[in-house]
Write a protein that binds this ligand. Structure first.
Ligand code: 9PG
Length: 457
């Protein structure tokens, strides 16, 4: 076997081709980046991938070993692929063929086993990459106005509207105004979108304090920390408990009652963290239980975008999924690159991971994250923006986060052209696409992890 496709656990987890015998570098500083890959395997130096793996032999022939059920891990060992699963009786498939064909065949099998949700073009304006946590209801109203007749399907309020992580009540000028805001968006002919992280609670949240029984516990009875963000640790909820399920259902029912019909559900991986679940279940099956509660409460017509979400386990329940880490206004963060962390924000890691997961578009909508149009707000090269636009065209999923009123005429024109585009997209070979006549060789565009790491030493 000359190369192995290592599939990362969730949206942000590094994904791509590695040399099977070469040890991988575990994501360091597991405090802050605790949640960036499957914690059960994240400190191993032996290569393995989540759900499935693909090995390519010297003659170019590929073999894919994959589970059709969530909860599997596949590793290369002595020229073969070896699978393990947390399920008692998982269904496995082995697919042999040319390397680009084994991915489509696996996607087809996953779709028939786990289900395929509706496929719609998504053109989303999202508040995160220009307002971050300082978003206000006023700002959203300004953006609706500035959007005018731009062909957005969704206007989505991201992180920052809520009292706290776990405390999903509107804060500041959002307070008491959610129905009105959702109506303004709907009246503009679009879906009203909102961000939530329903499977976690900050350690200082009212939820964690008042309802500690809902938290997932480790073997010693301590709450399971799923990561550190928002100024402190956040805990995973035990989504197998009926009271936790009741809580999750009521949160979703409430945001639906305000009129939101597009939910960006984030940090979902926490539901599949290891712990002593009330109803013992394979971790990714526990996650699926939680996501089913969300789907049930949201209804079939509500669009669910899963983010920070285990990939295979989201198929059939979510409509769309983020397939890479966050794009940022820069190419990469040299400090993270220097310590071998390729899961962090930055256009380079986002393009690297997303471009290796495009095969998923046959079973679930795939979101490669935002394209920047406001040139005063980013330091990306023109070729990088072109690659982001190409990914938006390939996936049929366009996210934009610029402050729309601040775009120059040229920038707004470029954005409008992308939103109106009926692109001509063709896969040439693995990782290489033709988009409206231009060729995008994504592995060449992002370069190798090793080369990038050398550039900062
Ligand atoms: C809102 C954001 C945006 C973004 C999501 C997600 O600490 N972290 O490691 C970390 C990782 C990802 C992240 C934020 C923090 O971004 O991908 O689009 O919704 O949350 O907080």
């Amino acid at each position: 076997m000359t190369s192995f496709y290592r599939h990362g656990w969730h949206s942000w987890s590094p994904t791509g081709w590695v040399t099977p015998e070469e040890p991988v570098q575990p994501i360091p500083d597991r405090g802050r980046r605790l949640g960036h890959d499957d914690p059960v395997f994240a400190s191993e130096i032996d290569v393995s991938g989540s759900g499935f793996g693909v090995g390519v032999a010297e003659d170019g022939l590929a073999v894919l070993l994959g589970s059709l059920d969530p909860g599997a891990r596949v590793r290369p060992a002595n020229g073969r692929l070896v699978g393990q699963s947390e399920l008692d009786d998982p269904q496995w498939v082995t697919i042999l063929g040319p390397v680009d064909e084994v991915f489509s065949a696996y996607a087809k099998e996953l779709g028939s086993h786990l289900g395929i949700r509706q496929r719609e073009r998504q053109r989303v304006w999202c508040s995160w990459y220009s307002y971050y946590e300082d978003v206000t209801a006023r700002a959203i109203e300004d953006e609706i106005r500035a959007a005018g007749d731009l062909a957005f399907d969704v206007i989505q309020v991201d992180d920052g509207w809520q009292v706290g992580i776990g405390d999903w009540t509107p804060a500041d000028d959002f307070s008491g105004r959610m129905p009105e805001l959702a109506a303004r968006i709907s009246d503009s002919g679009r879906r009203a979108g909102i961000w939530l992280a329903p499977f976690i609670a900050s350690s200082d949240s009212a939820l964690a304090t008042a309802r500690p029984e809902m938290l997932l516990r480790d073997g010693s009875g301590n709450p399971v920390t799923a990561g550190i963000n928002w100024g402190g640790p956040y805990f995973a909820l035990d989504v197998t408990r009926s009271d936790t399920q009741g809580y999750i259902g009521s949160v979703i029912t409430e945001v639906r009652s305000w009129g939101f019909d597009y939910l960006k559900l984030d940090f979902l991986y926490a539901a599949a963290f290891p712990g002593a679940h009330a109803q013992p279940n394979a971790r990714e099956m526990a996650y699926r239980q939680g996501l089913s509660v969300v789907r049930e409460a949201a209804g079939d017509d509500c669009y669910l975008l899963a983010c920070g979400a285990p990939i295979i386990a989201s198929i059939g329940l979510a409509d769309g999924i983020r397939i890479g880490p966050d794009i940022a206004e820069f190419w990469h963060d040299p400090e993270l690159t220097a310590i071998g962390d390729f899961s962090g924000r930055g256009a380079r890691n986002a393009i690297a991971t997303s471009s290796q997961r495009l095969w998923l578009r046959d079973v679930i909508d795939v979101d490669p994250d935002v394209v920047y149009f406001d040139e005063s707000e980013h330091r990306l090269e023109e070729t990088t923006v072109d690659a982001l636009i190409a990914l938006a065209k390939i996936t049929n999923f366009t996210s934009v986060s610029d402050r729309l009123a601040e775009l120059s005429n040229n920038e707004r024109h470029r954005l409008a052209t992308l939103l109106d585009a009926e692109p001509n997209v063709e896969r040439q070979r693995l990782g290489v696409w033709s988009v409206d006549g231009d060729t995008f060789d994504f592995p060449a565009i992002v370069g190798s992890d090793a080369d990038l790491a050398r550039s900062v030493k």
